[in-house]
Design a protein around this ligand. Structure first.
Ligand code: ARG
Length: 457
């Protein structure tokens, strides 16, 4: 059934129909569409626009459609134009003429704006749960690895020693920000478009605030033209998801490096790796690579939705139908990646010995050797130069700073004494970094306490 046959004299052509239709993808929000319709007729009856019996018949019909769709007794007609027409036509076929009153004081423009908001609001909730589960997995790793030493890198060159807890803690902060972005979006988007009509409201005495409250919105959207054509929240969500994916992708890149023969910092669980069809020795980090790869599609969604919106005059234009497929894909992709990533990191084994060994070489304690000199009265710039010469000496001899004799130290600077070895030990280097935010276990313990509280709330 077409909702708009009256004005038309020709049947349109099948290609046009298919091009125009959105049923193949907007059917995923049939629940939201029905929920919105029930709220709408409930309000219509409260306002005396529908009789109570009419409301009851319509609500009963809609509830029947919902439960039949859930059980599979009813399937969605793929030749319908969109989910809104499908539900309305099905309602009319079930309850008769009274069903034709459902669309009183409503347009598909405010209807689709509502459905999308309801759908996205639920999905934001699910994304938030998945990010929270990832945070919990990361927190467990942190709690267990306050004294697991590893090199910290800048420029992918060993820089200074840190702990695994500290390194993972950096990702924890990123995903915390992701959660707060999601909750900001949810709060800002939570106004109800229903009752905006096609663009200019309606002449019926609707109670829009009532409808909004039935649907758990904070209130009704205050400008009907904006209400039907606002897709800002989708842009914000695409941006938040792109950021989540960027974080997952950076982390994946590290997992891939750490899992390589060169690093051997982690071993992936068999369930999260794959073999090679030809090379029997291989255990590949495919999941991490796929997460890194799928980041591209989510970035694509952000670019697409921004581009779709950039030239649209007020108010509704059909371009906006293009908001759905890419946002749905981005949501599915981000949710899938979050869930798999959490499974992967919480089952991977850390090779603490390899991490420690790696932290012991590569002169990660050079800064601490310079600090030692500074603590003995040498100006930092001079200390930097002296340690530079120590490093050069070690490189030439193929040894580390810890392996130099005191005589060798003294030959370069007489300031060095026997306590230099203690001062540049891995343990000292890490434990002395106790300023807030630093890897020292005492500092990290405090930060972790805060995280534990945060996740418990
Ligand atoms: N399928 C449409 C969309 O997703 C629904 C709104 C249709 N409105 C209209 N005026 N054609 O945007």
């Amino acid at each position: 059934m077409k909702l708009w046959g009256g004005r038309f004299t020709k049947e349109e052509n099948e290609l046009v129909n298919r091009f125009n239709a959105s049923i193949s993808f907007d059917q995923r929000f049939y629940r939201q569409d029905i929920r919105g319709s029930i709220a709408h007729v409930t309000m219509l009856a409260k306002q005396g626009i529908l009789k109570d019996e009419e409301r009851d018949q319509i609500v009963k019909g809609l509830e029947g459609i919902l439960s039949d769709l859930e059980t599979g007794a009813l399937s969605i007609d793929p030749s319908a134009e969109d989910i809104h027409s499908f539900v309305e036509a099905e309602l009319i076929s079930r309850v008769g003429d009274v069903g034709k009153k459902l669309h009183t004081g409503r347009s598909r423009n405010d209807q689709v704006a509502l459905d999308m908001k309801l759908y996205v609001r639920d999905e934001i909730g699910q994304l938030d749960v998945l990010v929270k589960e990832l945070l919990e997995a990361l927190l467990t790793i942190m709690e267990e690895n306050l004294e697991t030493y590893m090199p910290g890198f800048t420029h992918l060159q060993k820089a200074q020693p840190v702990t695994l807890a500290h390194h993972i803690g950096a990702y924890f902060e990123m995903f915390l920000r992701d959660r707060s972005r999601l909750s900001d979006i949810r709060r800002r988007m939570n106004t109800c478009p229903l009752g905006a009509g096609a663009l200019a409201g309606t002449t019926y005495p609707l109670d829009r605030e009532y409808t909004a409250s039935l649907l758990d919105f904070d209130g009704a959207a205050k400008n009907s033209m904006d209400a039907v054509s606002d897709r800002d929240y989708l842009i914000e969500l695409a941006s938040a998801m792109a950021t989540i994916m960027m974080h997952l992708s950076r982390f994946s890149e590290e997992v891939i490096l750490w899992n390589s023969n060169e690093y051997q910092f982690v071993e992936l669980d068999d369930a999260y790796s794959t073999g090679s069809s030809i090379m029997p020795q291989k255990k590949n980090p495919d999941i991490a690579e796929l997460v890194r790869g799928k980041t591209g599609r989510v970035y694509g969604a952000l670019t697409s939705i921004l581009t779709v919106m950039k030239g649209i005059p007020l108010a509704y234009n059909k371009d906006m139908q293009e908001d759905k497929e890419m946002i749905f894909d981005a949501i599915d992709t981000t949710k899938g990646c979050l869930a798999l990533f959490t499974g992967m990191v919480s089952t991977m084994k850390f090779n603490k010995e390899a991490m420690k060994k790696s932290a012991m070489n590569g002169f990660t304690n050079a800064t601490d050797a310079a600090d030692y000199l500074v603590n003995h009265g040498v100006p930092f710039r001079d200390a930097h130069g002296i340690v530079g010469r120590l490093v050069l000496y070690c490189l030439d001899k193929g040894i580390s700073l810890d392996e130099m004799s005191l005589e060798e130290y003294k030959a370069i600077s007489p300031v060095f004494e026997n306590d230099i070895y203690e001062a540049i030990s891995l343990k000292t280097c890490v434990e002395k970094r106790t300023t807030l935010g630093a890897p020292g276990p005492s500092a990290m313990r405090e930060v972790i306490k805060g995280y534990e509280k945060l996740l418990a709330d």
